[in-house]
Design a protein around this ligand. Structure first.
Ligand code: MN
Ligand code: MN
Length: 323
């Protein structure tokens, strides 16, 4: 069995330049023996749940490539995730039978159950947003979790075209399955035209805090995060970041773009503002490289993933100290 990763020259860009080698997430070591790992960086190359343009299955590969631009320390918070936690690339939660949606989600759940049993906090890259439901099944089975959710869409819709499962419904299903506490859920960046005025009725009826873009524009990133912190409190909390929450100016490479979103700097400020919460993992989803002509959406996805890694690492290290 290979031993757990040790700091090696490949991890140090002062020794070996960042553009060399086989791309893993953030240049973290790829490991198959998960012993001793605190945080797993995981790709979920699955987009069988999209309701419109496909392509997010290619997200993990492009985000891995662009994530080689990430350095070792957060410029703003000074958190150095690779110094305070053992971080590894666990590879992909890939699906063997992708033509079958329900069993595909079960396959992804099985992967995350093993991650959870290994005591690893997952920071994942999708894939479309349907993958967050099986991630929750793997890590939240024994108690519902809270969530800070960045998105243009609430993703609390109901059945669509005869399917209970798709990327517009994971959080309704997660509440129904007892995985997500709606009263500890905040959704930020919601907007876009509707086919039905009650499209996101489930969010409101179940008690989620929905911050539409109109309100976000008034609150600003700091006000939105103060509200998010109030909603999720001290309990275990997951961060889910759909890149279509960003304005398509910043993230055009996605399946269901909506103009009028928040900016990349607002996103980074908000993610840093979550530091100190009791974070158990997170994901960035819906990067669709076929629509990402400059590669910028993959770079944005990688940067968001790095910010999520930093706040999760700070939380994992704090829990380890018993603080
Ligand atoms: Mn979404
Ligand atoms: Mn969305």
């Amino acid at each position: 069995m290979p031993s757990p990763p040790t700091p090696d020259p490949f991890a140090d860009p002062q020794v070996r330049p960042r553009y060399t080698g086989v791309p893993t997430f953030m240049r973290a070591p790829f490991v198959e023996d998960w012993k001793g790992i605190d945080i797993g960086l995981i790709g979920v190359p699955f987009d069988g749940g999209v309701t419109n343009r496909t392509g997010a299955r290619h997200g993990p590969r492009e985000v891995r490539n662009m994530s080689s631009f990430m350095r070792k320390m957060n410029q703003s918070t000074k958190v150095a995730p690779f110094d305070i936690c053992r971080v590894a690339d666990l590879g992909d939660a890939w699906v063997r039978s992708p033509f079958h949606l329900v069993s595909s989600l079960d396959e992804i759940s099985s992967f995350y159950t093993k991650v959870n049993e290994a005591g690893i906090a997952p920071v994942s890259c999708g894939g479309d947003h349907s993958v967050t439901l099986p991630i929750f099944r793997g890590i939240a089975g024994h108690r519902p979790v809270g969530m800070v959710h960045f998105d243009a869409h609430c993703d609390t819709g109901d059945d669509y075209l005869g399917s209970r499962f798709h990327h517009g419904a994971p959080f309704r299903r997660a509440v129904e399955e007892g995985l997500l506490d709606p009263k500890r859920t905040v959704q930020i960046g919601i907007r876009g035209s509707l086919n039905d005025a009650d499209l996101w009725k489930f969010s409101h009826d179940s008690g989620m805090r929905v911050i539409y873009m109109d309100e976000f524009y008034e609150l600003g990133p700091k006000g939105a995060i103060a509200e998010a912190r109030r909603i999720v409190g001290d309990g275990p909390t997951y961060v889910s970041f759909d890149v279509d929450g960003l304005d398509p100016v910043y993230a055009p490479g996605t399946g269901t773009p909506e103009v009028g979103g928040f900016t990349t700097v607002e996103a980074l400020i908000m993610l840093r503002g979550l530091q100190g919460l009791n974070l158990i993992g997170g994901d960035v989803v819906e990067v669709a490289p076929p629509f990402d002509q400059t590669g910028n959406t993959a770079l944005v996805g990688a940067t968001v993933m790095f910010e999520i890694l930093c706040i999760v690492a700070e939380s994992v290290a704090r829990r380890r100290r018993g603080a």
